[in-house]
Design a binder for this molecule. Structure first.
Ligand code: TPP
Ligand code: MG
Length: 1022
């Protein structure tokens, strides 16, 4: 019903206009430039004059009851109703029935006009919409807020004399306050109920939610006073939890006086709030919670909520001994204590067991959000949590970062997408009203730091962090909301930060007034203890007993921490058991597939159901694909990829590909989801690879138009279970820099910092084909520059001992054949460790006539192309395709290249009859295939060595290749860096020219130069 919506401005304006006309309402002007919190409003009423409504054209009236000038309409309605009650809407029928009935039975109501009743309803509604703006949210009492005028009864024509009059309210088909079986109430009672419900320690924002059922559900919870009362037992538990939270910080502060811990002081109620939230969630069926949070209070959450052993926390806090035990388990670089993640089982108050995982995160605030959500979704898939009630994500935010970081919005916007939803994330904001040194008024343009969540129709509960019971109440309510409606909800704990940003920071430099107040402000614990003592719910002895218990345990754990030996096995979760660390050799496996299986699968994914009517062009594509499988020839990129996915599925793995427009494919090559041209129905061939295949086992999904958020999500997803091939594809490779934090902080360094493996595959379309600066380069150089393989040391390359990939932070490949693409994808799963894979994905090779493979290159048949000594595997390097022997002394030039430029070089070689030139493709750039490079160097002992690339000199692989290639050359006494000739574009600021003709000219020149008959001086195009 429209009148429940917040779009009440029409009504407000009408009412205000009407009152202003009558001269009874004055509003002072506000200088918005000064401060949005520092203006005041005065409402002045002129005696008892009730404003006289003015008639308005019927066309402007609605059933919404909102227009304060609707009396003419109402009278008409009443006449109609009296003639025939069915002639009006149910709500009016209800209204008139109640109103007329009451008017005749109650003397208090007898003087009430329809206008008064309407206005009273508007007042009630104003509280529901805006009551939160009058709520006492700031524990410090410093925030000066404008109390909305529509919370003033005077605005509606009510004066003090009306307070003891009885008014009719009706029931209005909505739950909560107005639904009570008591339609006649005094104005005083109504107002006090409204104040209690909406203007106490909790400010509820929920009237922006469009769904009436959800509004009513919340209204019922909010307006029922009994729900906020806790009994003595509960209060003792809450007190105990608050003591744990407070003493934990005190303890750290006394033991490590000069350490940064980003303490929770001022916001200690977060911990009991979380615990109660988790207990309630467990009661409602949640079994596992994935938590993401930044620095503030992280140690406290780890110790008290996640229950990471305190001795371990203290040991890490003391500087963290590097684990030396457990042979073969790796050490990594480690990270500061407030970034580390962990997981434990926590028993709940209701006797359940809750699995909690806190995800490790970088300093980059909020970057962990999508990772947590993705991991939660992964858990839901693997635990068959179809209705998403067993696994839940909880994100804890700072007020500054929640309002400021764009990834928050990106994450929120994944929340209701079919392939990304997790059935609701609970967001808790530790709103200490400052971000490092920045005040909210400099840090955000919105009233609340949580306003971004309104875009989602998420309810937002603002709560005074000094009122522990209110905190607990909204935390429980959030859990109930999430389990009932499977959607996001926000708890905004308004608190303060007792010390500086960290414990050694001086807050008085920048917030002197605030900190003067903080200095003498009692802690939440002191406030609660006082309250409970006053109520007589606990005694001083009770409090002392709990405090002593907590102190004793903290001290015991502190002593035990001195001998604590960290265990690395804590780091790998259960599913990953048996997976190898970089210190353990993992057997290299073949990736070829039995030819019969290949054919069978190939048919399944290329033949469409008889009754399906695809687009004409798609039909042709699929019949071409079927032919490829049938003949075993000319397999293209899309089929190579589909075969990789399908064979992995048949082997029982989960495959998930997400990104912008990935279903069809940006370049219209994939067509993994087909659309029936008559019915619009979708058909996904890869959903039918095995009988009764789980719908989600193969997931291909167009994502929201986000890079940071979606890549983070897939990264989190990939971390859940190693038996899944998770891929994220960028629309064009360069858009991946919108997700730079994910690459820098997680993908390239996550394993080293947090010892968590991921086999995520990132597909980045890359290649120079004249589409301009923004669509040519995936910034290959960046990924290579972040690779940690040593350019000057050749690692062990013997196939039985090789750990080169395991020891490297990620793999970067630029693959040039469909078969090799197939094998590199399969290799991700067919190994005993997981490592991120960055693929410079092709664009024009998708349809290039030469870029084809035969089915025999995919199989494992001895003697077939692709099968070498070990079997069929991904080729890290593809040697020259001319049948060269092991020693080719007549080859004058040895060109190394990577990616699609190979095909152009090969074509030019054919044209120029360059039989004395060898061209070899480095398919895996990182880690560098030293063994194969050396093999090729030896094959061409007299050749001049050329690196050819189409990217500018300061980009592409050149700077990565040179030191490594020269290391290999030095090992064979084949020269030094100076002997590597460069053929490629000149250094450039922009990645590529915007002029197609210039591109063509550059490309022709560099290819010709690489094949020229004269020796090559290092070449820079000018
Ligand atoms: C993306 C990012 N930018 C800047 C910083 C530096 N920084 C660390 S904490 C902080 C303030 C955070 O404020 P808020 O979100 O309110 O959390 P609080 O510290 O107040 O709990 C800043 C700016 C960071 N860690 N991450
Ligand atoms: Mg803050």
């Amino acid at each position: 019903m429209a009148w429940l919506r917040p779009g009440s401005c029409v009504a407000k304006l009408a009412l205000r206009r009407s009152l202003v006309r009558r001269g009874c309402y004055i509003r002072t002007c506000v200088d918005p430039g000064k401060n949005r919190y520092f203006h005041t409003t005065v409402v002045k009423l002129k005696d008892q004059d009730a404003p006289v409504p003015r008639s308005v054209p019927l066309s402007k009236l609605t059933d919404s009851f909102l227009d304060g000038t609707s009396s003419v309409y109402l009278e008409e309605l009443q006449r109609a109703w009296e003639a025939d009650p069915n002639s009006v809407d149910d709500s009016w029928d209800n209204f008139f029935r109640n109103f007329v009935g009451q008017a005749t039975t109650s003397s208090g109501v007898s003087g009430q006009t329809i206008q008064e009743s309407m206005r009273l309803l508007l007042l009630v509604r104003a509280y529901q919409v805006n009551g939160h703006r009058k709520a006492k949210l700031d524990p410090l009492g410093l925030e000066e807020r404008v109390i909305p005028i529509d919370l003033d009864p005077g605005l509606y024509g009510f004066s003090k004399d009306d307070y003891d009059r009885e008014f009719f309210l009706g029931t209005w088909r909505m739950l909560g306050f107005l639904s009570e079986n008591r339609p006649v109430q005094t104005l005083r009672y109504i107002l006090s109920r409204l104040e209690q419900a909406y203007c106490g320690s909790i400010g509820y924002e929920y009237m922006h939610i469009a769904d009436r059922e959800k509004c009513n559900w919340l209204r019922d919870k909010i307006e029922t006073p009994a729900s906020t009362q806790y009994n003595k037992q509960r209060r003792e538990v809450i007190l105990d939890r608050l003591i744990w939270s407070s003493q934990f910080e005190n303890f750290l502060a006394t033991k490590w006086t000069a350490a940064k811990r980003f303490g929770l002081e001022g916001g200690e109620t977060l911990i009991p709030g979380m615990k109660e939230m988790f207990d309630r969630a467990a009661d409602l069926g949640v079994e596992s919670i994935v938590i993401g949070m930044s620095h503030r209070g992280r140690l406290n959450v780890l110790g008290n909520v996640v229950r990471k052993p305190l001795r371990q926390i203290f040991s890490e806090f003391s500087g963290g001994t590097k684990p030396i035990d457990e042979v073969g388990l790796y050490t990594g670089t480690g990270d500061v204590k407030y970034h580390l993640g962990t997981s434990y089982d926590r028993p709940t108050r209701g006797g359940k067991n809750l699995h909690l995982s806190l995800v490790a995160n970088p300093s980059h605030l909020e970057a962990v959000d999508p990772v947590v959500v993705g991991k939660t979704r992964g858990k839901q898939y693997y635990s068959n949590d179809v209705d998403r009630t067993k696994n839940m994500g909880v994100l804890i935010h700072g007020d500054g970062s929640f309002a400021g970081q764009g990834v928050v919005y990106e994450t929120l916007h994944l929340s209701a997408l079919p392939n990304y939803t997790t059935g609701g994330t609970i967001h808790i904001v530790v709103n200490n009203q400052v971000a490092f040194t920045t005040d909210p008024k400099s840090g955000r343009s919105s009233q609340y730091c949580t306003d971004v969540a309104k875009a989602l129709d998420a309810p937002i509960f603002h709560v005074n962090g000094d009122d522990i019971e209110a905190v607990v109440h909204v935390c429980e309510l959030a859990a109930e909301w999430r389990q009932t409606f499977q959607s996001d909800v926000v708890v905004d704990i308004v608190c303060y930060r007792r010390f500086g940003h960290n414990e050694i920071d001086e807050p008085f430099f920048t917030q002197p007034k605030m900190y003067k107040v903080i200095r003498s402000h009692p802690s939440p614990l002191e406030i609660y203890q006082k309250k409970l003592l006053e109520y007589g719910h606990v005694t001083k002895q009770d409090i002392e007993r709990i405090q002593n218990k907590v102190n004793t345990i903290l001290n015991e754990e502190f002593i035990a921490s001195k001998d604590y030996v960290p265990k690395r096995r804590d780091w790998l979760s259960a599913y990953w058991a048996g997976f190898k660390s970089p210190e353990q050799v993992s057997r290299i496996r073949n990736t070829g597939v039995n030819p019969e299986i290949l054919k069978d699968i190939g048919k399944t994914i290329t033949i469409l159901p008889d009754n399906f009517k695809p687009h004409r062009a798609v039909k042709k594509i699929f019949s071409d694909r079927a032919k490829m499988i049938e003949t075993g020839e000319g397999i293209d990129w899309a089929v190579g990829e589909a075969l990789a996915f399908a064979t992995l599925l048949v082997e029982g793995n989960h495959v998930r590909l997400s990104g912008q427009d990935v279903e069809r494919g940006t370049f219209s090559h994939r067509h993994s989801v087909l659309h029936d041209q008559e019915t619009g129905k979708k058909y996904c061939p890869l959903d039918h690879v095995i009988t009764n295949q789980n719908e989600e086992m193969f997931t291909v999904s167009n994502s929201s138009l986000s890079e940071f958020g979606v890549l983070g999500f897939e990264l989190g997803y990939s971390m859940e279970n190693p038996n899944s091939l998770v891929l994220w594809e960028a629309q064009f490779g360069d858009f991946s820099n919108g997700a730079q934090v994910m690459f820098d902080q997680f993908l390239s360094s996550g394993e080293a910092k947090w010892l968590r493996q991921t086999g995520l595959v990132v597909l980045l379309p890359h290649g120079y084909d004249g589409q301009g600066p923004e669509h040519s380069s995936a910034r290959l150089e960046r990924f290579l520059q972040m690779s940690d393989d040593n350019p000057f040391a050749i690692p062990e390359m013997d196939p039985t001992l090789r750990k080169q990939i395991q020891e490297c932070n990620w793999q970067v490949v630029n693959v040039t054949t469909p078969a090799n693409y197939f094998h590199v994808l399969r290799r991700q799963i067919h190994r005993e460790f997981r490592k991120p894979l960055v693929v410079m994905a092709p664009k024009n090779l998708l349809r290039h006539k030469e870029c084809k493979s035969n089915l025999s290159e995919f199989d494992d048949v001895q003697g077939h192309p692709g099968f070498d000594k070990q079997g069929t595997r991904f080729k890290r390097l593809i040697k020259d395709q001319n049948h060269h022997s092991d020693l080719e002394e007549g080859i004058r030039r040895f060109i190394l290249c990577s990616g699609k430029v190979y095909y152009e070089l090969d074509e030019e070689r054919k044209k120029s009859d360059g039989k004395d030139v060898a061209i070899c493709r480095v398919e895996q750039l990182c880690p560098f295939p030293y063994d194969l490079i050396e093999r090729e160097l030896k094959r061409y002992p007299n050749a001049e060595i050329v690196w050819c690339q189409e990217e500018p000199m300061n980009m592409g692989a050149y700077n990565y290749i040179v030191p490594r290639l020269s290391t290999a050359m030095k090992a064979l006494s084949r020269g030094t860096t100076d002997d590597i000739k460069y053929v490629g574009r000149a250094p450039s600021a922009a990645t590529a020219t915007g002029f197609y003709s210039v591109h063509g000219q550059e490309q022709t020149e560099l290819v010709q130069k690489a094949l020229q008959s004269e020796r090559i001086e290092t070449y820079i195009h000018t």
